[in-house]
Write a protein that binds this ligand. Structure first.
Ligand SMILES: C[S@@+](CC[C@H](N)C(=O)[O-])C[C@H]1O[C@@H](n2cnc3c(N)ncnc32)[C@H](O)[C@@H]1O
Length: 274
């Protein structure tokens, strides 16, 4: 009998609390190294920040997926050191950055010292947003919490809840087809290793068996379903192509792989008007 693909079996499931704890500790520990390696690419050192949607260097300044942000209330989920929220603020938005890791947020505090206006920051997990219903015109996330939470359907419902009618929820994450390949920027990263349909999370553990890092996979169908179930309209899935003039590798991301398949998917959703 063929199983229903809309009810995937979750082998080795890792629950929400375990995933959030692992992410908090991992990003707290890695925050300095992450910024040494990627700080300038993500715009952490740029006055006024920068909004980059992913390793293909697709910028909100060019893409305008969020629409007009001036004078809008904007929540960024998984803001890290908040280069995107800082950029939104420089464009006239009232932005708030939320992240689970104090280590990442402390880099935001340092970076903001050079800006005319600071961004309010909130430390919280993305599955329970500490905001009233209909607080924001726009909710966004650039490779923020989405791949790290166990219950991304709940995250979608939370984004829908805090959005005002007509508001946008736009988030970038690993393109689901990346799941099939090793995190290797070279030729070994072109060979299928893993079933696209396996929702067993990728995890790392320490010597005690505690989970120290976790990433959760959803197929394109899963994502569409969780967005629609949250009562949102999916308007577009943008798949930025690797630019000809971009030589920089970023971990598993490289011009070699970028020439063959997408690395990033940007889901553009909207809460219906009333
Ligand atoms: C790859 S970093 C991206 C940071 C930032 N958006 C950027 O572009 O540099 C992922 C961020 O998601 C945050 N994160 C992971 N799990 C989270 C959760 N459950 N709730 C909120 N933030 C989370 C991490 O702390 C980290 O700052």
């Amino acid at each position: 009998m063929t199983s229903d693909p809309r009810s995937p079996r979750l082998l080795g499931a890792i629950d929400s609390a375990t995933s959030e704890n692992a992410s908090r500790h991992w990003w707290d520990t890695e925050a300095d190294e992450y910024h040494e390696e990627h700080g300038s690419f993500i715009g952490n050192t740029t006055p006024g920040g920068e909004f980059v949607w992913g390793p293909e260097r697709f910028r909100e300044d060019d893409a305008r997926l969020l629409g007009d942000v001036a004078d809008r209330d904007v929540l960024e989920i998984g803001c890290g050191s908040a280069p995107c929220s800082r950029w939104l603020t420089s464009q006239g938005a009232r932005a708030i950055g939320l992240d689970v890791s104090i280590g990442m947020l402390s880099h935001a505090v340092t970076a903001m010292a050079q800006d005319p206006e600071p961004v309010p920051l909130v430390r919280a997990g993305a599955e329970h947003l500490p905001f009233a219903d209909e607080s924001f015109d726009i909710v966004c996330s650039s490779f923020g919490a989405v791949p790290f939470v166990a219950d991304s359907a709940r995250l979608m419902a939370e984004a829908a809840r805090v959005l005002r009618p007509g508001g946008r929820w736009v988030f970038s994450t690993n393109h689901p087809m990346r799941w099939m390949f090793l995190d290797d920027p070279g030729p070994d990263g072109l060979v299928v290793q893993m079933s696209y349909f396996s929702r067993t999370p990728y995890s790392e553990t320490d010597s005690d068996g505690s989970v120290t890092y976790v990433e959760h996979h959803r197929t394109i169908g899963d994502r569409v379903r969780e967005i629609v179930t949250a009562g949102l309209i999916l308007e577009d899935i943008v798949e930025p192509e690797w630019p000809d003039d971009l030589d920089a590798e970023w971990g598993q991301w490289s011009p070699l792989r970028g020439g063959y398949f997408p690395g990033t998917a940007i889901f553009c959703c909207r809460r219906p008007r009333a």
